[in-house]
Write a protein that binds this ligand. Structure first.
Ligand code: G3H
Ligand code: 13P
Ligand code: ZN
Length: 317
């Protein structure tokens, strides 16, 4: 059942975080639905501009509709990830999406507000909600001074002003995460002091954490042992910190890179061990199973596992 992102946020806020996973193909969709249904977790499917280009817009939408037929118990929202203004308007008009993200975080504050405001007006007129972004998401290196580190994080006063002026429904904040497999050097923690300060300024307002893959060392090691050349210094977010962040208002946690690592590990190992094989359905099937296991594990870490019956009760009313 496709539900609004807003409904999922209202139910989860302050208690657990909803996993938001990017998909590009059929195998990812199958693993995502299977894993969340097994874990009894609500979830968000994210489609990036790159995914729309890769699969073609009708194809990615058809994959999701077909997955729903195979897994009728799933409860999820469909979200445009990192949209520009034109893509947001087009997704809002399409009638397929539950919510869109307008990413104008590279623009100066006032311009970001102006663009976000236009998307919000259009989205709200059609019953969709809007995620916006403020602050520079990026690896915060260990060796830079504390003041400098804090300057890169989302400013709580600016966040409050931005939400008031733009009318957005959730906000992606920079609190120590970054995209991709090379997030930072050494062990890092989320900046809980900053999350708490933002929540104080924006109580009951859903915060979004992008760049939340945990880049498991075991995946990197296995990929490299099977012929990969990933930098072994690749590091991610500590998944054991998700629940604490959720209690402080982080309601959506974005994960893409980790799924790509599962795909790479499965396929590299498969063809390393069976070099005579060329039937892609065999590693494809293993990937679906492994990705589903990965999703179940993430649902536990996010606190979303086992929440489906309660969500169903509320959304079916
Ligand atoms: O944050 C971006 C997501 O990981 C999507 O990546 O634009 O390569 O599809 P993509
Ligand atoms: P990762 O690169 O950490 O998986 O982040 C994904 C993301 O933020 C998608 O918007
Ligand atoms: Zn992102």
């Amino acid at each position: 059942m496709i539900v609004t992102t807003d409904a999922l946020f209202r139910i989860a806020y302050g208690k657990y975080a909803v996993g938001a996973y990017n998909i590009n193909n059929m195998e990812q969709a199958l693993g995502l639905f299977q894993g969340n249904v097994k874990a009894e977790a609500p979830f968000i499917i994210q489609i990036s501009k790159g995914a729309r280009k890769y699969s073609g817009i009708p194809m990615i939408e058809a994959i999701i509709r077909a997955a729903e037929q195979l897994y009728p118990d799933a409860i999820y929202a469909v979200h445009l990830d990192h949209g520009d203004e034109a893509t947001c308007h087009s997704c809002i008009d399409s009638g397929f999406y539950s919510s869109v993200m307008i990413d104008a975080s590279h623009e100066p504050f006032d311009k970001n507000v102006e663009i976000t405001r236009r998307v919000v007006e259009h989205a709200h007129s059609r019953g969709l909600s809007v995620e916006a972004e403020l602050g520079m998401l990026g690896g915060v290196e260990e060796d830079i001074a504390l003041d400098e580190k804090h300057a890169m994080l989302t400013d709580p006063d600016e966040a409050k002003l931005f939400v008031e002026r733009s009318g957005c429904d959730s906000l992606a904040v920079a609190v120590g995460t970054s995209h991709g497999a090379y997030k930072f050097k050494g062990q890092q923690s989320l900046h809980f002091d900053r999350i708490e300060a933002i929540q104080k300024k924006l109580p009951n307002f859903p915060l979004v954490m992008h760049g939340s893959s945990s880049v498991p060392q075991e995946e990197v090691t296995r990929i490299n042992a099977a012929g990969g050349k990933l930098d072994p210094s690749a590091r991610g977010v500590d998944e054991n910190e998700f629940k604490r962040a959720a209690l402080l208002g982080v309601t959506k946690v974005n994960i893409d890179t980790d799924g790509r690592l599962v795909w790479t590990r499965v396929h590299r190992e498969y063809f390393r061990d069976l070099p005579q094989e060329f039937d892609f359905r065999k590693p494809g099937t293993i990937f679906v199973e492994e990705y589903a296991k990965f999703i179940m594990h993430k649902a536990e870490k996010l606190g979303s596992a086992g929440q489906l019956p309660a969500v169903r009760k509320i959304v079916s009313k």
